[in-house]
Design a protein around this ligand. Sequence first.
Ligand SMILES: *Cc1c(COP(=O)(O)O)cnc(C)c1O
Length: 431
Amino acid sequence: MRYYSLNHNAPRVSFAEAAVKGQAPDKGLYFPERIPSLPQGFIENIKQYSKEEIGLTVMKPYVGGSIADNELQRIVNETINFEFPLVPITDSIASLELFHGPTLAFKDVGARFMSRCLGYFNRNSNEQVTVLVATSGDTGGAVANGFLGVEGVNVVILYPSGKVSPVQELQLTTLGQNITALEVQGTFDDCQAMVKQAFADADLNNKLSLTSANSINVARWLPQQLYYFFAYQQWQHTSAPVICVPSGNFGNICAGILAHVSGLPVTHFIAACNANDVVPQYIQSGQYQPKQAVATISNAMDVGNPSNFIRILELFHQQFNELKNKMSSVSVDDATTTKTIKDVFQQHHYTLDPHGAVAYYALDQYLQQHMADKGFILETAHPVKFPDTVEEATQQKIAIPESVQYLLHLQKQSITMPPIFDALKEWLMNR
Ligand SMILES: *Cc1c(COP(=O)(O)O)cnc(C)c1O
């Protein structure tokens, strides 16, 4: 499989090159030159396959040629070595819990796959690679955890001091080894600006081999298809599901649509957004107008110009009507999100996180108009990562899952830094 740039002004490349480069030289996103069809009988017999078999079957056409089968199987197995339960909330709505990975977020899947691919491609090189990443919470933790202990790779995470939740901060700052956390005395935007400037800085690029672990990377995007298949294995209803995905950069839902194009049965997709409503507006008007992001309580979706939207258009052959028939998109405000957490907890004893709550509300509204359908949401993070909002809505303390209890006994280790690029540069040059 080769990949072309969606800006159509760069050579086609292998999976390996697309994964190492991240973005095409013409600044376009890479896209597979054809969408493989699933093997005959695969969907009909999906319950008979193990997660690992599904993983290899789905990923091999995309990666084949760049990674040998036995290595790919190892990478897939390590990527998905936790649970992906589809938990019923009501008769018609279930929750695909994607928060059972090491950092309690769906981003673990993409980050684990990407880090292992880069480790593999880098296996014979003596050069140290530095992954620089700015985070508002979830990305940094998943990336850092994914790269923990990967040889030849150093990870430097910038996070805004006081603006990530306690569990998120522990996940970022207690790993040690090849992971360093920089606690920036500023906002997420400051962190992102510092990282951007570092990638453009000649001195830094001469001295270090800098890489990003950006969500547009094909090695993060493509493995996110897998849990749509795991959900379908657990799907009990006769009609194909309506799938509702809380969306920010639209990578997650885009992976679901890709799985569908290759043969996974899906009745309809809903992209649930918070107040950042560029795509809902687009579906209404046909006009795509990026905006400045606004802050919400589902902050991992505070994106004003979703980078993967262009891939979704490509999957629908750039046809607005084709897209509109298969995918709708709605915007849900913070007050409704909080009320949804409260209502679902009181009525169904299920604790949603703010991102899952946005999706739940959107799916519930849709199903009221389509009574014969049934569906599930993607629950993208554990509620314990957003304790302030969730505990206020439910009036209950959230128990910290056993899998992260050990964090509470670890010592936070961070390097404090002013929100100034020169401070970052000096630190990187002299470490
Ligand atoms: C990143 C993230 C999202 C948004 O996913 P996209 O692929 O960017 O659309 C949703 N929820 C949570 C908890 C996230 O961390």
